[in-house]
Ligand binder design. Structure first.
Ligand code: G3H
Ligand code: 13P
Ligand code: ZN
Length: 318
């Protein structure tokens, strides 16, 4: 039981044709839900923390809660910085990475995807050198994850996706340990327009896999936005019309290819919100947070178990 890097997790996932779930955490209940699910499923797990999560909870709380979860479950857990440096200057991006490496993370993402290729390489390389010197692994990103309005025509769509011809140079020059790519997923609960057929560019993934044999690929924006839970939200005073995610079978297909890490945040938010909305509707007299958070935590745990078993394929892979 320890904080571990993703190195062994990814090597096993690649060989075994499954993916490890990287779940975003913001508070104690979410951390407990994910780690208890992983324990019951005997699954490897990555807990990831965004800049927003660090701001919300204060960094110390999250690292200490993750330590507590490791002690409680006896699991090996990777603690990962999600989208490190996003929206920051290159100097501030490096400082954010440094702060997490120094603060006990075992894995960090440097998100330089908004920079030119040369600048992304320069920033990523600097972060890799610092992280590797401290035993921490690094994920980087090439390509831009689209929002539903972003891809207006094929030429523009192609411009957003990861360009396979850049990946070998990027990985060789930076020394990065894993690579997030853009093949049609996007962040949030509204990934496709109603009536639009969900589509991922498996041809790009395949091309990248050929160019980078055995190299772990990461899929961001991979929530399925489970329709049963969207319905619960909408039936209990919420407003999430046309919330649509990535079909589970597409994620299973990606997990059987080079994708070793699948990022899930929106589905946790959705289950929590739906559970709490329904809990209040069913129990209008409740006002103890432990009552509704118990419901939310239990439902989130079941959802994570479902992902591990039926989407990621990581059940029993410890
Ligand atoms: O990729 C983004 C994650 O869903 C984290 O979101 O920055 O609102 O914490 P956040
Ligand atoms: P979702 O919004 O699809 O859950 O994606 C989360 C993510 O990619 C975090 O980095
Ligand atoms: Zn992401």
């Amino acid at each position: 039981m320890a904080l571990v890097t993703t190195k062994d997790m990814f090597a096993k996932a690649y060989a075994g044709k499954y993916a490890v779930g990287a779940f975003n955490v913001n508070n104690m209940e979410i951390i407990q839900a994910i780690t208890e699910a992983a324990l019951e499923e005997k699954s490897p797990v990555i807990l990831q923390v965004s800049a927003g999560a660090r701001k919300y909870a204060k960094p110390t709380y999250l690292t200490k809660l993750v330590e507590a979860a490791i002690i409680d479950t006896g699991l090996d857990v990777a603690l990962h910085l999600d989208h490190g440096g996003a929206g920051l200057s290159k100097e501030d991006a490096f400082l954010e990475i440094k702060s997490c490496v120094d603060g006990g993370f075992s894995s960090v993402m440097i998100d330089g995807s908004h920079y030119t290729l040369a600048e992304n390489i320069e920033l990523t390389k600097r972060c890799v050198e610092y992280a590797h010197a401290h035993g921490v692994v690094v994920e980087a990103e090439l390509g831009k994850l689209a929002g539903i309005e972003d891809a207006v025509n094929v030429a523009e769509e192609d411009a957003q996706f990861t360009d396979p011809s850049e990946v070998e140079e990027f990985v060789t020059k930076t020394g990065v340990d894993s690579l997030a790519i853009a093949i049609g997923t996007s962040h949030g609960a509204f990934k496709f327009k109603p009536g639009q057929e969900p589509r991922l560019r498996f041809d790009i993934l395949e091309d990248i896999q050929k160019r980078l044999p055995s190299f772990p690929i990461v899929l961001h924006g991979a929530s399925s936005v489970m329709q049963d839970w969207v319905k619960v939200v909408n039936e209990h005073g919420g407003k999430m019309p046309d919330a649509i995610g990535i079909p589970e079978e597409m994620l299973r297909q990606a997990a059987a290819m080079a994708v070793c890490k699948i990022n899930i945040d929106s589905d946790i938010r959705l289950v929590f919100t739906a559970s709490i909305r329904k809990h209040f509707a069913d129990n209008p007299g409740h006002f103890d947070p432990r009552q509704y958070l118990t419901t939310a935590r239990a439902n989130a745990k079941e959802m994570v178990k479902h992902k591990i078993r039926n989407v990621l394929g990581s059940s029993g892979k410890l």
